[in-house]
Design a protein around this ligand. Structure first.
Ligand code: ADP
Ligand code: ZN
Ligand code: ZN
Length: 737
């Protein structure tokens, strides 16, 4: 008979992480008959109501007043929702990024589990045929062709699920109900089947790819960071696929992160063709339940590949053997609200903790990663050729000085588009401005349409007859007369994608003009229909924002154009030139991937600007080296680290005062040599969504020293309250200054 432990050795208390912006955990008494492993969710009494907390540690004693301590209510899980490993990773994130542990832990969970929702196994209904008498079967064949169709399909299969039935008949549900009532079919729950991969065979690798895959496979176990720097269209995806195959063959799982899955639904198709259903997809376009299901399937080991965006990084799989970060330079890996972290950097930490390799890939690697490769922290692999017929196009400038532009397009550009369409090519125009026109104003009194809540202009959106703020969503009807002086003649200036689409539709009447941006793709079906046109490879004009800049591979595109790059030349952000160069190489790299040489143009009013000139003459790496040197001279990242304290408040004074308080606690740090403490100053866009924002920036070339000093100062800072009227937050490795 097993002996019960005596009550005195049982833990009586536990600390819980709760998703609130406080830098501490909360102690409750616990009942040892309930599951008490770390990572189990409990319902907890909290304040006047309740909250869900994740158990992080148990103990026999508590430092809190044990008279006042409350008992935790019931456990929500039998098995922990967070594994030991993810709990440890979350602790690292909280520590490195100076974020509240509770919020970090909840960030690591799929949204669905952040409330009191029960964990549930992922299962699907599958319909099977019943044995039946011949007469009943005959009657169906004779009288009900639609029932006969579905029944025959079910009979011929080993069970069909809803998706499969829907593929046969979009109105399958009623038919299936009828068949059920005739008792000729029945259903049962099953795990979603995961068809073995290898449906589509792999193309042979060219010698460069083969070499890279060969040496990467040599490091397929143990921690290493491998940077794959391959020009656009050089077949990086194929390299990832080979690495994935190798992992699957060793019964390991892979996390494959991409910046977004929109146009990249093309990637989803490629993964499906290659690996069957051994993967799940997770991105913000899916419902919370769907994302949870993907997470659950990966955790159960029912699938081997998690293909997703930023937060999919936190997928738990016991057999995880490799992490791939595609387009590693992309800024969407940096989370800019709530918990601030960089998914690429967290992924590297995760790989290190698990002692597995991580692959970062890009045609335009971030300066951080290039710097790390130069210092031999990362292994660097290069792909310098396209396996298809032609190299990426040489970038050319169109000088728009002294030209009359038609809706932002120079005559030369219009002619180029004609030429490419005539040759059956597809044309891609990149314009990173949604809406019809960014400026609306009155010439009588100089009135301009400004947002009531932000320091920004309202953009005119003609399709919805509104002026919209792109920062807070504020909307108002387009006024028919000047709201200030009543003058009837209000004018709009500047070009957005909506206007460009309208005008090009008038000029190029023979082909579809397709727009991809956040406004145009709201309907899923419409989005799919647009992709169809592209997929068919027929001539068309594609207009879009950053959404069309990355990742996709449409071989019929032969002309890429960056319409308006000049803004970036005068941006206040120190990252603007890096971003511009990356965008230009990414957009131009969409061109000429098929059987024709592509062309790429940048329209600019500053063709003599050194950066513009370098785009036409130098490969990405060389330009990146130059920018890296400039950053070194200026003492900017990646040669220095930035920690930014931010505050937003009901008034600018309140925000500044809060940061003054923080600065005081940082006084020791600020006085140290090599650490610059700048601010508090108003943020670039001071008013946003009705709140005033300020910032306090700490820059240092010696990150270790900075960390040491910060960990001394943080406990005092963590106690500074954040309220509705003044909120403060900290952003480690901040992207803007
Ligand atoms: P990247 O991810 O580097 O931009 P992709 O992996 O999308 O490039 O490859 C570009 C195109 O080249 C794709 O259509 C892909 O199918 C094709 N491709 C890749 N590798 C090979 C190869 N070894 N032989 C022939 N075609 C290839
Ligand atoms: Zn606004
Ligand atoms: Zn006016």
């Amino acid at each position: 008979m097993s002996q019960q432990p005596s009550p005195s050795v049982l833990p009586r208390y536990a600390s819980f992480a709760i998703a609130i912006p406080l830098f501490r955990v909360f102690d409750y008494s616990i009942d040892a008959n309930q599951p008490i492993q770390p990572g189990i969710r409990y319902r907890l009494p909290f304040g006047k109501g309740g909250k869900v907390g994740v158990l992080v540690t148990t103990s026999k004693t508590t430092t809190f007043n044990s008279q006042k301590i409350k008992p935790a209510l019931e456990a929500l899980d039998q098995i922990p929702v967070l594994s030991e490993h993810i709990l440890e990773l979350a602790r690292w994130i909280a520590d490195y990024y100076l974020q509240p542990q509770g919020e970090v832990l909840f960030q690591c969970l799929p949204k669905y589990l952040r409330s009191a929702q029960q964990q549930k196994p992922v299962r699907v209904k599958v319909w099977f045929a019943e044995t039946q008498d011949i007469e009943a079967r005959d009657a169906i064949t004779r009288r009900s062709p639609r029932q006969d169709e579905l029944l025959s399909a079910i009979e011929a299969s080993s069970g069909l699920n809803a998706a499969q039935l829907k593929a046969i008949n979009p109105n399958w549900h009623g038919v299936v109900l009828a068949l059920e009532s005739k008792k000729v079919i029945r259903w049962q729950w099953q795990k979603p089947e995961s068809v073995e991969g290898g449906l589509q065979s792999a193309p042979g690798l060219n010698s460069e790819q083969a070499q890279v895959v060969g040496s990467m496979l040599e490091k397929s176990t143990g921690f290493s960071v491998q940077l794959l720097d391959g020009i656009t269209g050089s077949g990086k995806t194929e390299v990832y696929f080979r690495l994935i195959e190798s992992q699957l063959a060793q019964n390991r799982q892979v996390i494959y992160l991409v910046p977004e899955i929109g146009l990249t639904s093309q990637l989803v198709e490629r993964v499906k063709a290659r690996f069957g259903l051994r993967f799940a997809i997770s991105h913000s376009g899916l419902t919370d339940v769907r994302r949870y299901q993907a997470w659950e399937q990966f955790r159960q080991g029912d699938i081997d590949i998690m293909l997703g965006t930023r937060s999919s990084l936190f997928s738990q799989g016991e057999r995880l053997g490799l992490i791939i970060i595609d387009e590693e330079h992309d800024s969407s890996y940096k989370q800019e609200d709530g918990i601030r972290y960089h998914a690429r950097d967290v992924a590297i930490k995760r790989a290190q903790m698990l002692d597995i390799p991580i692959v970062l890939g890009s045609a335009t690697p971030s300066l951080e990663s290039l710097n790390n490769a130069e210092r031999e922290h990362y292994f660097l692999y290069q792909l310098t050729q396209r396996p298809t017929a032609y190299p990426p196009p040489q970038i050319q400038l169109i000088d728009t000085r002294n030209l009359k532009l038609d809706t932002g397009c120079s005559p030369q550009l219009i002619q180029k588009i004609h030429q490419h369409l005539k040759a059956n090519g597809q044309v891609l125009l990149y314009l990173n401005r949604r809406g019809f026109a960014p400026v609306v104003m009155c010439h009588e009194c100089d009135w301009q349409s400004h947002c009531e809540r932000c320091d920004s202009r309202l953009t005119m959106h003609q399709s919805v007859h509104r002026l919209l703020c792109h920062h807070c969503g504020f909307a108002q009807p387009i006024p028919s007369a000047c709201p200030a002086c009543g003058h009837a003649d209000i004018k709009h200036y500047g070009i957005g994608t909506e206007q460009l689409e309208q005008r090009l539709g008038q000029i190029f009447t023979e082909v579809p003009v397709i727009r991809f941006d956040r406004d145009s793709i709201s309907g899923r079906d419409e989005f799919a229909a647009r992709l169809q046109t592209l997929n068919k490879g027929e001539p068309c004009v594609l207009i879009g924002t950053q959404m069309i800049a990355k990742g996709h591979d449409y071989p019929a595109i032969t002309l890429s154009v960056i319409l308006d790059a000049d803004q970036a030349l005068f941006s206040a952000s120190y990252r603007a030139s890096e971003h511009l160069v990356q965008t230009v190489f990414q957009v131009s790299g969409r061109s000429g991937r098929g059987r024709k040489q592509g062309e790429a143009f940048v329209q600019t009013g500053f063709p003599e600007h050194p950066l513009m000139l370098s785009l036409t003459k130098q490969p990405y790496r060389e330009i990146a080296e130059t920018i890296l040197k400039e950053r070194q001279l200026l003492g900017f990242p990646p040669h220095a680290r930035v920690i930014m304290f931010r505050a937003d408040a009901l008034s600018l004074e309140l925000a500044i005062a809060k940061l003054d308080e923080i600065r005081e606690k940082l006084a020791v740090i600020a006085s140290q040599a090599g650490i610059d403490c700048i601010g508090p100053i108003p943020a670039l866009m001071t008013r946003r969504i009705g709140r005033y924002r300020a910032q306090l920036c700490i820059i240092s070339g010696d990150f270790r020293q900075l960390r040491r000093s910060l960990s001394e100062a943080m406990p005092a800072i963590e106690n500074i309250p954040s309220t509705h009227s003044v909120k403060w937050m900290v952003d480690v490795d901040a992207h803007d200054l």
